[in-house]
Ligand binder design. Structure first.
Ligand code: AMP
Ligand code: MG
Length: 486
């Protein structure tokens, strides 16, 4: 049975934690009606939400913050965080409001959050709004990550409103509805550590364990096990980011999910040419969040979380847990990269092949996604691969070494290619693709969002009619600049 937006089975357990953890606040309606930009059927299915035509007007009202659905208990979550390395006490949902949680079955809960739905007690100087362009970027990228098999918050709906929003210029507003099992962040714990409120740390940890890590309930020290589990999930998540060439852009601890989801899409970017020093956020002058730094920043962020959890565990045990991060990360990363090359598992030789290939790609400015995809296609000739490098001889040497190693490990490259096609995407969300969708949307044409979602939801498929999005970015892509302004 499907639910309309007014008979969703709300459970709202986070709200039951008490007002130390959030502020109750309703969305602020716009001064004019909102319009539906896109409804993502793929995510609606997760809520068993009925999206048939006769319901879209009410859906638009509710998911733009104009009206509340039956059963909602709207709130803004409290959190702090380390931003660019420095602790900032006063953060929290400044422009996101959670309507509540919905449980469509016993095992899954989904928080429904409206981003850009007006001011909250945590808005500081902000206006509580989100502009159309950044909302489209988050909408597309969260679905792209899902398509790539990477844990992420999901995008359910995008509505627009012609009320003016002031950024560097006047823009129009949008509200993104995102859903996730939870939006709790590392920074949610940090607030209570810095306020010396260990009871609240415990309450929050108990909530997280009970709802998202129930397998740890029986553990001898479930809090330490929670830290270990978050370390593992975060290491795996970042390894997945690196393997597809994704740069998050603002890896502050308030943007780090306690359940290992990609969270809060801002000035993210996917690599075009392989450049480990890639900085996607034009406001990140020092490159703190450069692509190659992400794994190390993961450890910094986990150390902040571990510190916040210290009242619940032994210092040495927490340190020992953090010590495992590097090895865990490397294990996941090497395994993913081995699979991209068509091997079943990593070993010293495979690791060396990966390093050598990436070095050559860096020197030649080879497109990261295209090279791995070309490598996976049965029809690709070695010559075509070599053409992607400046120093073809070095590449040819690498390639014969690579091919030979399949015989050593008793595999057949041609057979492995079937699997490689399922791990090396043909399509990623390059900035210029999102920009095309944004430019059209600014002219009230939302068709590109839908077209892009089709390829991003199945990025390993061929989609012959969308071939134009599988090549190198056009020259004008260089002029796109993304910053924290959103
Ligand atoms: P972000 O960089 O989007 O992860 O946001 C960092 C912090 O600033 C969070 O506490 C946000 O809620 C808050 N924030 C960002 N933009 C706005 C805005 N337009 N109005 C109110 N708060 C905002
Ligand atoms: Mg954030």
């Amino acid at each position: 049975m499907k639910h309309t937006i007014d008979n969703l089975p709300f459970t709202n357990s986070f709200a039951s934690l008490g007002d130390a953890f959030y502020s109750k606040v309703n969305p602020t309606p716009f001064s004019q009606d909102s319009y539906l930009i896109h409804l993502n059927e793929n995510a609606a299915t997760l809520l068993k939400l009925d999206t048939s035509k006769q319901n879209t007007q009410r859906l638009t009202e509710v998911l733009s913050g104009q009206a509340l659905p039956v059963g909602a208990e709207p709130l803004a979550m409290l959190y702090s965080g380390h931003q660019f390395g420095y602790y900032v006490e006063q953060l929290g949902d400044g422009r996101a409001i959670m309507l509540g949680e919905v449980s469509t079955d016993t095992s899954t809960r989904w928080e429904i959050q409206l981003k850009g739905s007006g001011i909250t007690p945590y808005s500081r100087q902000g206006d509580g709004r989100a502009v159309l362009r950044s909302s489209i970027r988050e909408y597309l990228c969260s679905e792209a990550m899902h398509g790539l098999g990477i844990p992420t918050t999901r995008a359910l709906c995008l509505t627009g409103n012609n009320d003016e929003v002031y950024r560097e210029q006047i823009e129009t507003a949008a509200v993104l509805t995102r859903i996730a099992p939870t939006h709790i962040r590392f920074g949610s714990f940090e607030t209570f550590f810095y306020r010396s409120q260990p009871d609240n740390i415990k309450t929050l940890a108990d909530f997280v364990i009970k709802n998202y890590y129930p397998e740890l309930l029986k553990a001898k020290n479930s809090y330490l096990e929670l830290l270990k589990a978050v370390i593992d999930r975060t290491a795996k998540l970042i390894a997945q980011w690196q393997s597809v060439g994704f740069a998050h852009g603002v890896m502050n601890t308030d943007n780090m999910s306690i359940v290992g989801l990609t969270l809060d899409y801002g000035p993210f970017g996917f690599l075009d040419n392989y450049n480990p020093k890639f900085i996607c956020n034009h406001s990140d002058y020092e490159g703190r969040y450069a692509f190659e730094n992400q794994p190390q920043i993961g450890l910094f962020n986990l150390s902040c979380l571990a510190q916040a959890l210290l009242p619940l565990m032994d210092v040495q045990a927490a340190k020992d847990a953090l010590e495992t991060y590097q090895q865990t990360y490397t294990h996941y990363y090497n395994q993913l990269m081995a699979e991209k090359l068509g091997f079943e598992k990593t070993d010293a030789k495979v690791d060396k092949l990966i390093t050598e290939l990436l070095e050559q790609m860096q020197q030649s400015g080879t497109d990261y996604t295209m090279l791995f995809r070309q490598l996976s296609l049965p029809e690709t000739k070695p010559q075509e691969l070599a053409d992607m490098f400046i120093d073809r001889n070095s590449f040819n040497l690498w390639y014969s070494d690579y091919k030979n190693y399949f015989t050593v490990v008793n595999l057949n490259l041609d057979e492995q290619r079937k699997k490689m096609l399922l791990t090396n995407p043909k399509y990623i969300l390059r900035n210029y693709m999102a920009q095309i969708a944004i430019n059209k949307a600014e002219q009230q044409d939302y068709s590109e969002i839908d077209k892009l979602l089709k390829i991003l939801h199945s990025p390993f498929d061929e989609h012959p009619d969308m071939q134009h999005y599988a090549g190198l970015p056009p020259d004008w892509a260089d002029s796109i600049s993304v910053s924290c302004s959103s």
